[in-house]
Design a protein around this ligand. Sequence first.
Ligand SMILES: *[C@@H]1O[C@H](CO)[C@@H](O)[C@H](O)[C@H]1NC(C)=O
Ligand SMILES: *[C@@H]1O[C@H](CO)[C@@H](O)[C@H](O)[C@H]1NC(C)=O
Ligand SMILES: *[C@@H]1O[C@H](CO)[C@@H](O)[C@H](O)[C@H]1NC(C)=O
Ligand SMILES: *[C@@H]1O[C@H](CO)[C@@H](O)[C@H](O)[C@H]1NC(C)=O
Ligand SMILES: *[C@@H]1O[C@H](CO)[C@@H](O)[C@H](O)[C@H]1NC(C)=O
Length: 377
Amino acid sequence: MEGRLRLQLCLAMCVQVLVVGTVVVAGAGARPPAMYVFGSSIVDVGNNNYLPGAAVARANRPYNGIDFPGSIPTGRFSNGYNTADYVAKNMGFVLSPPAYLSLAPNSTSSPLVLAALSSGVNYASGGAGILDSTNAGSTIPLSKQLEYFNATKAKMVAAVGAGAVSSLLSRSIFLVNIGNNDFYVFAAAELARNRSAEEQRSDAAALYASLLSNYSATITELYAMGARKLAIMNVWQLGCVPAVRVLSPTGACSGLLNQLAGGFNGALGSLLASLAPKLPGLAYSLADSFGFTQDVLADPAVAGFTDIAGACCGSGRLGGEADCAPNSTLCADRDRHVFWDRAHPSQRMAFLAAQAFYDGPAKYTSPINFMQLVQSR
Ligand SMILES: *[C@@H]1O[C@H](CO)[C@@H](O)[C@H](O)[C@H]1NC(C)=O
Ligand SMILES: *[C@@H]1O[C@H](CO)[C@@H](O)[C@H](O)[C@H]1NC(C)=O
Ligand SMILES: *[C@@H]1O[C@H](CO)[C@@H](O)[C@H](O)[C@H]1NC(C)=O
Ligand SMILES: *[C@@H]1O[C@H](CO)[C@@H](O)[C@H](O)[C@H]1NC(C)=O
Ligand SMILES: *[C@@H]1O[C@H](CO)[C@@H](O)[C@H](O)[C@H]1NC(C)=O
């Protein structure tokens, strides 16, 4: 009873601090009130640890987390922090907000509401796609992530009222990084079906149409639920990850996967440019993960990388044949690898990408960078 009362008191005070804080320090340097994260394994900070089933992609064992404070596996597909953490750090947070499923999502005075009001919540899930059908049953699809956010919002409203929540959400960052898994699943299916080049082109056109219509619906729904600042990362060069390179006798990138991602990214840019003006008050920053990866792979020495093909933690050729596990081979210098495991960036790569998107070269973000997004009104 006493614990509950304290929690409610804290809740009231947290919100007070939050509101006062914004009035007093609205200038540069103030962090956004909260950040809400949606997407796949590149930004998952532990949601998949809570999903049942052997088919779920998990990073809850060593050597994952070997460079995280305390050297613990957290569910991040990284040797340390991941891209969500570094985007958050750049914006003034300590790290990514906590994984939704790690917060008991039931009562109004729960850790969920406290987190949602004070720093945000991360809904991302390894294996998730834009389409519900992508890795169905072993992930939290994007549509479900939005439902979880909607449920979170309802609890926030119950705790502090609709006006305060709407004000908080309008100043918060909504980070979205998704699409890689839709393309992995598509490419594998095309291969299995032995489709001709022409058939692949028409299949890809159909895939784009459904991905873009869902992405558009996702953005419109987030807006309807109160989001006004979207930080969106496009699909990186997924044809170059070790798990894909290992399929080539020479360890080359898959041109097909990179073309699929590149074509999609172009269409995503057009979608955002045409959709945003129809949603009054919406600001967005589209980060070019694809271009950033391409530049790093083309000139890795500039960023201090010496290995751009193999996984730091994995097994088999290029470390690309199995996930990172306690019996994996571990590389000697993790900061010199672009890829941590067979499908994910190393902590160093995540750090550099987030920095580029926050206030790096203008070519990596459009129409504004993440820093300008934070400062926009
Ligand atoms: C939340 O409530 C639902 C249904 O009432 C229950 O199934 C679930 O286990 C509860 N979750 C937690 C974390 O308490
Ligand atoms: C969010 O929840 C409200 C009820 O609280 C419901 O009316 C609305 O349709 C939901 N929106 C989405 C996108 O799920
Ligand atoms: C794939 O299709 C081509 C013709 O388009 C055919 O020559 C080839 O044998 C097929 N391969 C398999 C594995 O079915
Ligand atoms: C995405 O598309 C599928 C059909 O392809 C549909 O069932 C689903 O509701 C869509 N999701 C959103 C968020 O529009
Ligand atoms: C690691 O252990 C798993 C069983 O947990 C086994 O299937 C796999 O072959 C082992 N890999 C190596 C490289 O020894």
